[in-house]
Ligand binder design. Structure first.
Ligand SMILES: CC1=C(/C=C/C(C)=C/C=C/C(C)=C/C=O)C(C)(C)CCC1
Ligand SMILES: [Fe+2]
Length: 550
């Protein structure tokens, strides 16, 4: 029996008290926010792709050993317009929709032809972003939606373009230790002068403007013209080190000309993303301080990367780890027509990810011989081979296979040397998966799974007295394909994968994408304590029968 990927989920606006088994660490106080698609049909109409689904935000508030769950649909303009029309009227990633189906093709053309860049959706279903004191639900378009992280209510619609010229931006921003946000966007201006824009949103606005949003102080770190002006590379994430930013210009590209005519042709945005298997993957490295790209031209074989894991500097080199695919079949695979038969038990071959480590030299010895390896590190077998025209071909080290949704001890190790990756263990055929911990140093791994349950991306939190990188816990949701088995929040010891606690909730929980943990120390807990009557009302949840740990 499969997890129903395409089934609409009910929101749970009133907090429900979870049934906790085991012991939740007493220091763990805060809210885990997670985001993902929850509604795939509206009235008689259905979305085509899993990434089209309307954003359903959910949260686990953990305090004094108790857990409260709630969920709420993001009231995006897209959601509201669909609800009002009782059908899908806003285009999403894999579904093209028209506000008025009675209009003929010429009036559609008339309405949309004037816009080279269409007005995208604000269905922010991928992740959350913390910006100063504010929290946003985010997707990859120019719109982000402010939310109340305690009640999950939807607040303002913010258009990045008011602050920085980007039409697309990643849903995986980076944060420095002061909480400043660094993100990468794509700007499509002047019909073809396409560029990648790296921008910074300060954690706090200067004193005299304290009441303004930090977004008002967004600063462009650098703009890099796209190699092909009408086809910027699709960019889902990027990585940072202490001094550099790394992003890939991969041969999975957004065809702007196709996009400009997609409405009249009745084609989805997804169909404007094209994989060019004959092209190279270019590695762009930008100096964070100067905003200048490193002048050496690095490239590697064609690949498609959605998630960067981490990057760091070592002895004049830069090492970065990515989850790579051979082509774009992952996004093809998520069409609901592929998923809806139910996943478990059928032997569908799924796109298989590989964790690859790249090493690039930050300086090049002009006298180095053509063909020589510019990487002298003993810690990696990744090579960077000098070529005739001063280009450098990068050959990665293959670290591990089958790891996706990578997470690390971000607070202490992002941009710095690190050893452990936590993630979702992808198997070659789809069966409920496991959580994996991969040790880069020993190349060994640990796994945790439970029959009939699908884990979400695991979020790492360090213990308050942490000494080692993996002194901490992992938080993840577990959703079952068996309706008899209740979903739960799982808390594992990140060191040895010992189960610490689980919190069962009797709700219709969805499979989600990404999330964010907000420790109580990040906000005034007095303001957000659950009101007494809500606590009394919150229903206890019966414990599901437990199956053994795999
Ligand atoms: C709407 C829209 C887009 C949406 C992309 C989405 C929604 C991607 C989701 C990716 C996920 C969830 C990846 C997980 O690893 C594009 C193509 C950027 C550009 C055109 C308009
Ligand atoms: Fe992602």
């Amino acid at each position: 029996m499969g997890v129903a990927f395409g089934k609409n989920k009910k929101e749970q606006v009133e907090p429900v008290r979870a049934k906790v088994t085991g012991k939740i660490p007493t220091w763990l106080r805060g809210t885990l926010l997670r985001n993902g698609p929850g509604m795939h049909t509206v009235g008689e109409t259905s979305y085509n792709h899993w990434f089209d689904g309307l954003a359903l935000l959910h949260s686990f508030t953990i305090r004094d050993g108790e857990v409260y769950y709630r969920s709420r649909y993001l009231r995006s303009d897209s959601y509201n317009a669909n609800m009002e029309a009782n059908r899908i009227v806003v285009s999403e990633f894999g579904t093209m929709a028209y506000p008025d189906p009675s209009k003929n093709i010429f009036s559609k053309a008339f309405t949309y032809l004037s816009q080279t860049i269409p007005d995208f959706t604000d269905n922010c279903l991928i992740n959350f972003m913390k910006c100063g004191e504010d929290f946003y639900a985010v997707t990859e378009t120019n719109y982000i939606r402010k939310i109340n992280p305690q009640t999950l209510e939807t607040l303002e619609k913010v258009d990045y373009r008011k602050y920085v010229t980007v039409h697309l931006a990643t849903a995986h921003p980076h944060y420095d230790s002061a909480g400043n946000v660094l993100n990468l966007g794509i700007s499509i201006v002047d019909k073809g002068k396409t560029k990648y824009v790296i921008f910074k949103i300060p954690a706090t606005a200067p004193d005299r403007t304290k009441r303004m949003s930090p977004l008002e102080h967004t600063e462009v770190i650098c703009s890099i013209p796209s190699r092909s002006l009408f086809s910027p590379s699709y960019c889902h994430s990027f990585s940072v080190t202490e001094n550099y930013i790394i992003f890939l210009e991969q041969p999975f590209k957004l065809d702007i000309l196709k996009m400009a005519t997609a409405y009249i042709r009745g084609m989805s945005w997804a169909s404007c993303l094209v994989f060019h298997g004959e092209d190279k993957t270019y590695i762009n490295i930008v100096n964070q301080r100067t905003g200048k790209p490193v002048s050496i031209k690095f490239y590697t074989d064609p690949m498609v990367v959605f998630h960067h894991v981490n990057a760091y500097e070592e002895d004049g080199c830069l090492l970065f780890d990515v989850i790579a695919y051979e082509d774009n079949s992952l996004y093809q695979w998520f069409y609901l027509s592929n998923l809806k038969e139910g996943l478990e038990g059928n032997a569908k071959i799924i796109p298989f990810p590989t964790l690859k480590r790249f090493a690039v030299p930050l300086y090049m010895d002009k006298n180095a011989e053509v063909g020589s390896n510019l990487i002298k590190l003993s810690t990696t077998t990744a090579r960077a081979l000098k070529e005739k025209d001063d280009q450098v071909y990068c050959e990665p080290e293959l670290l591990c296979e089958g790891l996706e949704l990578p997470q690390i001890n971000y607070a202490a190790h992002n941009g710095k040397p690190y050893r452990y990756i936590f993630g979702f263990d992808v198997q070659r055929t789809l069966n409920p998966n496991k959580i994996i911990k991969y040790d880069i140093l020993t190349k060994s791994s640990l796994r945790w799974g439970e029959d009939h349950y699908w884990p979400s991306e695991p979020v790492f939190l360090a213990t308050p007295d942490a000494k080692e990188e993996d002194d901490g816990i992992l938080l993840m949701t577990m959703v079952s394909s068996d309706p008899q088995k209740l979903p739960f929040l799982l808390i594992l010891d990140a060191k040895n994968f010992a189960e610490l606690a689980r919190a069962y909730v009797d709700v219709d929980m969805h499979l989600d994408l990404h999330g964010l943990f907000i420790p109580d120390t990040d906000w005034d807990t007095r303001k957000q304590a659950l009101p007494k009557e809500v606590q009394d009302r919150a229903s206890d949840c019966p414990v599901a029968s437990q199956t053994g740990q795999a």
